[in-house]
Design a protein around this ligand. Structure first.
Ligand code: ZN
Length: 69
């Protein structure tokens, strides 16, 4: 599992793993991923997603929804 102790953008050690409902936007389409775990820096707002989080986002994203003819 990805372990981050320092924010890559501002060097803050306050960055921490959070679990919350995450809202994304794809070409104006808003979608929500419930209970997504990712790292968030309270100092600069940087968000870091590990592979698991990325897969969860992709699974919910309209960009990856298969359209059936
Ligand atoms: Zn930061």
């Amino acid at each position: 599992m990805l372990k981050i102790t320092k924010c890559p953008r501002c060097d803050s050690a306050k960055i921490k793993r959070v679990k919350r409902n995450w809202t994304g936007d794809f070409q104006g389409q808003v979608y929500t991923v419930s209970g997504l775990e990712f790292y968030e820096c309270p100092t600069c707002g940087e968000k870091i997603y590990d592979r698991q989080a990325m897969q969860k986002i992709e699974a919910h994203s309209p960009a990856f929804v298969k359209i059936h003819a």
